[in-house]
Design a binder for this molecule. Structure first.
Ligand code: 13P
Ligand code: SF4
Length: 333
């Protein structure tokens, strides 16, 4: 349920959030796809793997998660003794929606000789049914540690799964889910944009369809794309970058490199807002303030389910740590 509509007029929300953060000993974690004002007041902004690690390590009493529900659930799974709040409980994910636990259980049962390597963008129930969780920044490192003769189910993102499958030359059974945001990029419009900015590289998230990834100089997680942007000077890549992922990440690029031009890749009509994640956009300053004030809405997970889901998440953290620093998907190849 959403927070009730409250008259917040006249409140200095930033100051109030600061006050509540101190009073409640809260840490604010934000994903790169959050609105700039939320990124700016967060204690930490990161990708899914980094946010999981922060949630596991924090000594705060409260984790205020500016992201989507599956991310806040991961924080609760890893830090059960903390109060975990999500400003808007409706902040879901199309990938999670594409993979109902009962259907996933049946799919697994139909392929008993396969392990389930599962993208973190899924429900707690699906994590509990999985063997190893991956994020886009840890998927390659983890896949490289799985023996080549081991059969794999990869879900729920068929584009990330397909990308890994091509890159590793390794067949996997793919669950047919997609991210509605990355699915909306248009190859035709992307090529028109590139023609207007000759020489500008394209950096893309692996949730994009292959028609987009095929044009990208770099494919990687949100933090990978940010690092690629930061290395543009040293790599001699010029002053313009086309960014094929949710455009709020551009805020961090502009903060770090105000002199450069970062252009969000276009959707089908060349000029739509269809690449803004509608779920991430549900979180606002007002809702963050209310959730800190009321310590609600809270993430609660039944203990048996939490422990089952924690197994596959712990596996991810162990395997991703096995080669910290080499984790991202890197240049496509
Ligand atoms: P990363 O930040 O891990 O690259 O994931 C992106 C994403 O889809 C968040 O929903
Ligand atoms: Fe889910 Fe896509 Fe939004 Fe990420 S950007 S939360 S994958 S719908």
């Amino acid at each position: 349920m959403n927070n009730p509509v409250t008259n917040l007029s006249g409140l200095d929300l930033r100051a109030e959030i600061e006050r509540l953060r101190r009073e409640k000993n809260a840490v604010i974690l934000a994903h790169y796809y959050q609105k700039p004002e939320l990124q700016d007041l967060a204690d930490f902004v990161g990708d899914s793997l980094e946010l999981s690690r922060k949630a596991a390590a924090t000594d705060a009493d409260v984790i205020a998660f500016c992201g989507v529900k599956f991310m806040a659930e991961v924080a609760k799974i890893l830090s059960p003794e903390k109060i975990v709040i999500l400003p808007d409980m409706e902040a879901g994910c199309s990938l999670e929606d594409s993979c109902p636990p009962d259907k996933f259980r049946a799919f697994r049962a139909a392929h008993p000789d396969h392990i389930a390597l599962t993208y973190i963008n899924c429900s707690t129930e699906v994590k509990a049914l999985s063997d190893i969780i991956v994020t886009s920044s840890s998927a390659e490192t983890i896949l490289a540690q799985i023996p080549r003769d081991q059969k794999i189910i990869f879900g729920p993102d068929r584009h990330l799964g397909g990308y890994l499958s091509r890159k590793f030359d390794r067949e996997m059974l793919l669950w047919p889910g997609v991210c509605i945001v990355h699915e909306a990029f248009s190859e035709t419009e992307l090529l028109k944009l590139r023609a207007q900015h000759p020489g500008a590289p394209i950096a893309a998230h692996p949730e994009c369809p292959p028609a987009i990834l095929d044009h990208a100089e770099y494919v990687g997680s949100t933090s990978g794309i940010l690092n690629y942007a930061k290395a543009m000077d040293s790599a001699g890549l010029g002053n313009t970058l086309i960014v094929a992922t949710e455009p709020h990440i551009i805020h961090q690029m502009q903060l770090a490199m105000p002199e450069k031009l970062f252009i969000g890749a276009p959707g089908a009509d060349g000029n739509c807002n269809c690449n803004i994640c509608p779920y991430m956009a549900l979180n606002t300053m007002e809702k963050l303030y209310l959730s800190l004030r009321d310590l609600a809405p809270r993430i609660e997970i039944e203990e048996g389910l939490r422990l089952d889901a924690k197994r596959s998440l712990d596996k991810m953290l162990d395997m991703a740590n096995a080669s910290v620093g080499k984790g991202d998907l890197g240049n496509r190849g």
